[in-house]
Design a protein around this ligand. Structure first.
Ligand code: PMT
Length: 295
């Protein structure tokens, strides 16, 4: 109780509450230190009830089916080697977790990663781009929203050697062939049916010419939103807990600040919900300095 009442602890609690953190009052009674007073762990039932109340606060995707892709794909060269990338899955996992929190039934299609995925309705673990394509396309008809945050390999070895390639010459040449473009496949599937479903969100991981390239992907892959991700910015992109993205739609842009992937997920799903409900998305117009702004 003395620790709880200490001005430093009280000040820290005040700061946390000001930042929006919700706290639960401790119980009172006999304490482990030998004193009686306030400072006991709240009863488990109270904690669960409070957590339920917070989580149930915004069930805005109740009844919707959301499919999220996350992580890398690994393309095997031989039984021990592969072509891959640095995606940890964190961005896609944050979107899957937020959609679940909002009441959606979530399918998470994840490439191999060491990060623990969130609890979702269905977790499908895949390895290659082809496996990811199959997992997505067999579910697309029953899905309201598809968000593709995975870093899918664009090229893969045409042949997977059945034996480990032995070291012989000074160089080794691999022939890579294009993988299926899953985002474009969903966009085309939807277009062929003249359907607005599923709402389709892709990412664009770029190192230059960010917004122009994102716009080309939006149009070329028939998506509704592209989250343009400058992966060279500090705190953005692969294998970090934060990200900096600009959401790009046909006639709008929303530049989001550097923030946690959880907050990026919230902003992205707010935009998705607006599309599902036919509401306008609060546009910021072209980002100052972009080709659209200077045209
Ligand atoms: O996983 P993290 O460590 O959290 O990192 C997050 C991230 C950087 C991977 C993520 O924010 C991100 O930018 N994901 C997209 C990475 C990517 O592959 O971008 P791209 O510009 O190459 O692809 C464009 C879009 O097409 C993406 O939605 C991608 O999923 C999709 N794609 C790409 C190739 C392919 N063969 N099929 C696809 O569907």
């Amino acid at each position: 109780t003395h620790m709880l009442e200490h001005p430093a602890v009280q000040q820290n609690l005040k700061v946390l509450r000001e930042r929006g953190v919700q706290t639960l009052e401790p119980g009172a009674g006999y304490l482990a230190c030998g004193w009686a007073g306030k400072g006991r762990l709240a009863e488990p039932d109270e904690i669960v009830e409070a957590a339920d109340r917070i989580v149930a606060g915004r069930r805005t995707l109740e009844g919707r089916r959301v499919l999220v892709t996350a992580g890398p794909t690994l393309e095997d060269i031989d039984p021990v080697r592969f072509v891959g990338n640095r995606s940890s899955g964190r961005m896609g996992f944050a979107i899957a977790a937020e959609a679940t929190r909002r009441g959606a039934t979530v399918t998470l299609v994840a490439g191999p990663t060491g990060v623990q995925p969130p609890r979702v309705g269905e977790l499908v673990v895949v390895r290659s781009a082809t496996e990811m394509r199959d997992a997505v396309m067999t579910r697309v008809a029953e899905t309201d929203v598809v968000v593709m945050a995975a870093a899918v390999a664009d090229y893969a070895p045409g042949v997977r050697e059945s034996q480990k390639i032995t070291k012989t010459g000074e160089t080794l040449t691999l022939t890579l062939t294009k993988t299926p473009d899953i985002l474009a496949a969903v966009g085309t599937w939807r277009r062929e049916r003249s359907s607005g479903r599923p709402v389709l969100v892709g990412f664009a991981a770029e190192t230059t010419d960010l917004l122009a390239r994102a716009r080309r992907k939006l149009v070329g892959k028939h998506a509704d939103i592209i989250a343009a991700n400058d992966v060279l910015q500090p705190g953005a992109g692969f294998d970090v807990d934060t990200n900096v993205v600009t959401l790009v739609g046909p006639d709008w842009e929303q530049a989001l600040p550097l923030q946690s992937k959880a907050l990026v997920a919230q902003a992205l799903l707010d935009a998705v919900e607006a599309l599902l409900d036919g509401r306008p998305i609060p546009a910021q117009g072209p980002t100052p300095g972009s080709p659209e702004a200077t045209a």
